[in-house]
Design a protein around this ligand. Structure first.
Ligand code: NAP
Ligand code: FE
Length: 359
């Protein structure tokens, strides 16, 4: 198990630990989207930390490689020492890529996928404002490759933050739809990890810590209840535990197919992955029934309630025809590492059936 991030957790943690910044330089580039770093209160709090920082605020959801490279050039030319990712998974993932590009000026955008022999990235500090991806504690960054339009991740020891300030208070400004999609993402991480053939003692312990509170949140969201301060903290903690779990095991086929739903239909990441959860349950019931029953038991839900909560919050319909599904499925004709880790494996027929279930 390897997880080298210095995690500072709790309400007000960034200002309380502001001395940490000096370890990573004098000039900081904040990498964020157009509004969340401001709305969540992160930029205001950074201002209270007494550090010298500039802002690059053009990171969109599903961050583009080209934009990360542009920010990397700016970081280098501007003489910044450290990259601060402030926002949801998109901003945090982008910060990791920006730090790599900043240290490797001759690297072309797509070369980030093959980083042998390249210079160590600038240090990264993550400040999360959503409660789903767990990017604060994973050595993963999911980027959209402009050349193909595909979401494709990078991972490795050079993709961890040095420090993550984890303050659930910054998630309070999330609108309901984002609360739902990020809760679904965290739950997808925890359950996919628990069922993965690559799971181990540690990943299952983390996943088991995440599943009960996250399902409780999904149940209350499905019942139309508003998030409270307590549920915000539970969701954020759950997302971190789930992140620790996938950092060991990786995710299963719903994440791979979910990327395609985001690319082709603009469905937000968490809902896109959760759309395939019912098919994962089916596979797990056939090929890993004990594990699936353990998950049902952890949620204190029977099968019907479990699937109805996920279905109610996800409700994805693509409108794809059978021939469109077949065309899309051809993309994975050579398989995928997440398919092999899924209970029973994922065949071409499985892909067709999984998309068929939401057409
Ligand atoms: P996101 O894409 O970072 O953000 C979605 C939207 O929510 C943006 O418009 C953002 O605004 C807004 N937002 C963020 N925080 C907010 C807040 N506190 N209040 C109001 N609005 C807020 O969403 P995400 O679900 O956290 O991240 C999804 C990305 O993470 C995907 O690309 C996914 O593939 C990736 N991911 C990464 C990992 C990993 O291990 N690295 C794991 C799972 C998923 P702004 O545009 O203004 O920021
Ligand atoms: Fe995810």
């Amino acid at each position: 198990m390897y997880m080298p991030v210095d995690v500072r957790y709790g309400r007000g943690t960034m200002i309380a630990n502001k001395d940490v910044f000096a370890k990573y330089g004098e000039r900081f580039l904040v990498v964020c989207g157009g509004s969340s770093a401001e709305k969540s209160g992160v930029l205001g709090d950074l201002g209270k930390c007494g550090i010298d920082f500039g802002v690059f605020d053009r990171i969109g959801p599903n961050p583009l490689l080209s934009v990360c490279r542009e920010a990397g050039t700016l970081a280098r030319e501007g003489g910044f020492d450290c990259i601060i990712g402030a926002g949801g998974g998109s901003a945090l993932d982008a910060a990791k890529a920006v730090a790599i590009f900043a240290a490797n000026p001759s690297m072309k955008a797509e070369e980030i996928y093959k980083r042998d022999g390249c210079a160590a990235p600038l240090p990264v500090i993550c400040v999360g404002t959503t409660a789903g991806t767990g990017s604060e504690v994973t050595g993963v960054s999911v980027l959209t490759n402009d050349a193909t339009g595909y979401k494709q991740s990078i991972s490795g020891k050079d993709c961890y933050a040095k420090v993550s300030f984890c303050d659930f208070g910054y998630t309070a400004s999330m609108p309901l739809s984002l609360t739902v999609t990020t809760a679904l993402d965290a739950f997808a991480h925890a359950t996919e990890s628990y069922l993965a053939s690559t799971a181990d003692e540690f990943s299952r312990a983390y996943a088991a810590k995440a599943i009960p509170p996250l399902f409780g949140i999904l149940r209350s969201l499905a019942a139309g209840e508003e998030p409270t301060v307590e549920t915000r903290e539970k969701q954020y903690l759950g997302s971190l535990y789930a992140g620790l779990a996938i950092n060991i095991s990786g995710c299963l086929f719903p994440h791979t197919l979910g990327y395609a739903l985001t690319e082709n239909f603009g469905i937000p990441h968490g809902r896109a992955c959760a759309a395939f959860h019912p098919y994962l349950v089916k596979k797990a019931e056939q090929h890993a029934p004990d594990r699936m029953n353990e998950i049902f038991a952890m949620t204190s839900a029977d099968r019907d309630e479990y699937l109805s909560v996920i279905g109610k919050l996800t409700s994805v319909r693509t409108g794809m025809t059978d021939s469109e599904i077949a065309e899309l499925a051809a993309r994975w004709k050579n398989g995928n590492k997440n398919f092999a880790k899924t209970p029973g494996g994922i065949s071409a027929e499985d892909i067709t059936a999984a998309f068929g279930a939401i057409k």
